[in-house]
Design a protein around this ligand. Structure first.
Ligand code: SF4
Length: 608
């Protein structure tokens, strides 16, 4: 008997020959297969799982009955392009879209893209299985919950929400059911895995789509037995990198057991090598315990201490329940004492944030003793987040710009693959565009000098000894007219300003520097690499800038001590000629890609 063919499309980003297994497609298939009627009538074709040219993707289709697309920011336009081509070539094929980048209210989306038949909201397992069953008969989708679809009359219909099961074990695991076995034996790619122990998030931050349209606020769980089996599978299957998609890892006591399952898998099989999670903000004791366990087993480069903003007005505007600052400081201290690197994230562009409050937030984080990374991300707007609504944007005067998406550390997409875009907030009522640009430049300067360690010790020295603020210095160095006599530093700062200008004009943030690796680098990383060509000269200039900064403030400083500190810093900065025999690619990989989050940028050298 000829079966109806189902094609799953979930185009993930290739990073250095590593790619995530298409988890959404696998979950849909694993559940659908539990229904005898589906098993008897449908054939699931090989997953189409990484970004490729549309023609090449289309050539994999043969007489499709259903084409399902899991749509995210990094594959949205490619999915639309392929779907259009599929519909043109196979008009009877049912085209189904779901995922974070498909609007929950998708009436207009369906009108705009008339080659899509159905969109699915939220969790897809039950809905997709119902769709397949309905597609066997009259294609009557009236009773399928959680979808918006094009009725035969041409009208667009929105059905009620899907009913979500309390116990997630009703959904079989694609890993344990062997759904990916064939894919993994046939491919030379290094696969990474996404796992989940629960679904849900009660917080509803305005910039996030969790808790909206078919995604539950209330937590629902997989059993510990299931989680343990999956951990064992990742080890046995030699998965190097596992990402846990739980919204607030550490919030539940059993999360420590989950971490233990993955540690045990590593001890047994040497895999997974890394286990990444997004930590809860309000469970410091459990989080510390988990972080310590993962760090001791070299499974996590560093622990995230999320903040996003230190400004209570901005936090309130985005419904963010932040960690208390005293708890944050205390945790920072404990991690530092235990030798566990941490990193913290701030988001630039949240409504209610001003230039002054943003700098205040940077200062608080730096003063808390962060030794590793303080990342600043530009605020992005997602279609299903509260921030994506016109009302919210109007209320806070939010202006966004559509910029090409160049995913950090990814290989540029091949020619012929459509560009993807991100919506970046470049101004709000409280932060005019010029202040946003200035904040961006200060942030890149901070990440270069502090996070990437280029000026870490001398800056900490002047802060401690002469009682200046970190942000006073970063604000100073971000003004090009302060550094005309220091061409390397001046050039890099001007480059930051140009990048901020470009973003506000709809250009991408990241760039490739081929001699170090054909991947996209963040602005501060690109600057780090540029400086590495002229290290000696750069430190001569840096001493000059520090000297001018202190003099301008009338500070009577110890010149020889400052010189000594700057020299010590220079010695500890890795050098691609001296330390990597001129191998720039290895230098960039080991120092930036591997060293940044794990706090291993600096060499363990002392001045002779
Ligand atoms: S950002 Fe995190 S805490 Fe906030 S709603 Fe999203 S998942 Fe929940």
């Amino acid at each position: 008997m000829v079966k109806f063919r189902v094609y799953f499309n979930e185009y993930n980003v290739l990073m250095d020959n590593a790619v995530y297994l298409p988890i959404v497609s696998g979950q849909l298939q694993a559940y659908a297969q539990t229904k005898i009627i589906i098993k008897d009538n449908f054939e699931f074709m090989p997953f189409i799982f990484y970004r490729d040219e549309p023609d090449r993707i289309l050539s994999q289709y043969q007489d499709p009955s259903v084409a399902a697309f899991s749509v995210s920011m990094w594959n949205s336009n490619l999915s639309l392009k392929v779907a259009e081509m599929v519909k043109e070539k196979f008009p009877k094929c049912l085209v189904v879209f779901g995922g974070y980048n498909v609007p929950n209210n998708s009436g207009d989306y369906l009108k705009e893209h008339n080659f899509i038949d159905i969109t699915v909201r939220g969790e897809g397992e039950k809905t997709f299985a119902d769709l397949l069953e309905s597609n066997l008969g009259e294609q009557n989708f009236e009773h399928v919950l959680g979808i918006t679809y094009r009725h035969k009359s041409g009208e667009i219909m929105e059905n009620p929400e899907q009913i979500l099961p309390k116990n997630l074990d009703v959904f079989p695991s694609p890993y344990l059911e062997g759904v990916f076995d064939e894919l993994m034996t046939q491919s030379k790619i290094n696969f990474q895995a996404i796992v989940e122990t629960n679904r849900g998030c009660p917080f509803g931050c305005s910039y996030c789509s969790w808790g909206q349209g078919g995604l539950s606020k209330r937590y629902r769980f997989f059993s510990p037995e299931r989680v343990e089996q999956i951990a064992d599978w990742t080890g046995k299957s030699k998965i190097g990198y596992v990402f846990c998609a739980d919204s607030n890892f550490g919030m539940f006591k059993q999360d420590f057991d989950t971490a233990k399952f993955f540690v045990e898998a590593k001890q047994k099989y040497k895999f997974p090598e890394k286990f990444r999670v997004c930590y809860s903000k309000n469970a410091e004791k459990n989080v510390f315990k988990i972080g310590k366990l993962l760090h001791e087993n070299q499974m996590e480069k560093s622990i995230t201490l999320s903040l996003q903003t230190a400004n209570p007005i901005a936090a309130r505007n985005v419904r963010r329940q932040n960690i208390r600052m005293d708890v944050f400081n205390d945790l920072q201290k404990r991690y530092n004492e235990s030798g566990i690197p941490t990193y913290t994230e701030l988001i630039l562009g949240l409504p209610g944030e001003t230039y002054e409050s943003f700098l205040g937030g940077l200062e608080k984080c730096l003063q808390s003793g962060i030794e590793n990374q303080l990342f600043v991300y530009h605020c992005q707007v997602y279609p299903n987040a509260e921030m994506g609504s016109i009302e919210y944007q109007k209320k806070h005067g939010i202006k966004t710009v559509k910029c090409p998406l160049k995913e950090v550390h990814a290989v540029p997409r091949l020619e012929g693959i459509p560009d993807e875009y991100e919506d970046v907030v470049v101004s709000t009522d409280s932060m005019p565009e010029q202040d946003w640009k200035k904040s961006s430049v200060v942030s890149w300067a901070m990440q270069l000098f502090h996070g990437l360690k280029v000026g870490f010790y001398p800056i900490r020295y002047i802060v401690d000894k002469y009682n200046v603020k970190y942000t006073e210095f970063f604000d100073y160095i971000s003004i090009p007219s302060k550094t005309p006599d220091f061409p390397i530093i001046n050039r890099e700062i001007i480059e930051f300003w140009k990048t901020a200008d470009s973003i506000s004009n709809g250009k991408a943030r990241c760039n490739v520097i081929s001699e170090f690796s054909p991947i996209y680098w963040e602005p501060e990383e690109a600057s780090f690499l540029n400086i590495s060509h002229e290290k000696k000269e750069f430190y001569r200039e840096f001493l000059g800038v520090l000297t001018n900064f202190l003099k301008e403030r009338g500070i009577n400083f110890d010149k020889s001590e400052l010189e000594e500190i700057v020299k010590g810093q220079e010695v500890r900065m890795p050098d691609y000629n001296r330390d990597y025999s001129g191998d720039k690619k290895r230098f960039a990989k080991e120092v930036l890609l591997w060293g940044r989050k794990s706090g291993r940028i600096l060499l363990d050298k002392q001045l002779q």
